[in-house]
Design a protein around this ligand. Structure first.
Ligand code: AP5
Length: 226
């Protein structure tokens, strides 16, 4: 399977973009492209990009567009992206979206399918507080809703589970502010193009995945099934 229309996830911190983007990418056998994961990886590897991005991410602000676009363009040039891809956390500003549109056009892809996950603030804060991430492989858990079999240990590789440094309350507030100011305008941008779909992201993970797959199947011209 492939995706002739790439998929973009929009939504505030902890709306479930990463959780759902992974599931959707697996379902359609295309890469899951998370700019947050790419930047965290650059920080761990101490690349030049990581060195520049680290303090910005630690205070919950957005990394400058030119740095993010360079990273994304490099990733999209790899052959595994030829059959489509699922973006998670990108684009996040109108200039990023405009630049992406040019790239998609150059590569012969159709208009993206943009899925905005809506979740109320109280649920977002609960999900942030409960999130634990494997320090080795990056697997994501939630102590309330998706706990590991053994406390603080990753089911997949036995790595230690940690809290993301940007999940501490004061940084989360800044990330929510950045979302409202810089990313929410994208909903209007994509709505004006007729490609925005709003999905309730507050239900159980399986239920949200089913709703998303139905929309994507329809947009790609397939019958929905899971
Ligand atoms: P990024 O990693 O993209 O962070 P984010 O957008 O704030 O999103 P999160 O990763 O917090 O949440 P999510 O929506 O993926 O939720 P998840 O599935 O994990 O970006 C981090 C930073 O990098 C940014 O602040 C910025 O500095 C920089 N950056 C990244 N991209 C950038 C860009 N394009 N431009 C500029 N800067 C950029 O779920 C959360 C928790 O809830 C988990 O524990 C999960 O298990 C649980 N959960 C998920 N779904 C459900 C459900 N349905 N029911 C119950 N629990 C659920």
């Amino acid at each position: 399977m492939s995706l002739n229309r790439p998929v973009i996830f929009l939504g505030p911190p902890a709306a479930g973009k990463g959780t759902q983007a992974k599931r959707i990418a697996e379902r359609y056998h295309v890469p899951h492209l998370s700019t947050g994961d790419m930047l965290r990886d650059a920080v761990v590897r101490r690349t030049e990009l990581g060195r520049l991005a680290k303090p910005i991410m630690e205070r919950g602000a957005l990394v400058p567009d030119d740095l993010v676009m360079g990273m994304v363009e490099e990733r999209l040039s790899r052959p595994d992206c030829d059959g489509g891809f699922v973006f998670d956390g990108f684009p996040r500003t109108v200039p990023q979206a405009e630049h992406l549109q040019v790239i998609l056009c150059q590569r012969g892809f159709g208009k993206p399918v943009v899925l905005e996950l809506r979740v109320d603030r109280q649920t977002l804060l609960r999900r942030v507080a409960g999130r634990r991430t494997c320090s080795v492989g990056g697997e994501v858990y939630n102590v309330y809703d998706a706990p590991p079999k053994m406390a603080d240990v990753c089911d997949v590789d036995g790595g230690k589970l940690i809290q993301r440094p940007d999940d501490y309350p004061e940084v989360v507030e800044e990330r929510l502010r950045a979302y409202e100011l810089q990313t929410r305008p994208l909903a209007e941008y994509y709505s004006a193009q007729g490609v925005l779909e709003i999905v309730d992201g507050s239900g159980p993970m399986e239920e949200v995945t089913r709703a998303l797959a139905k929309i994507i199947d329809r947009a790609q011209g397939r019958d929905g099934h899971l």
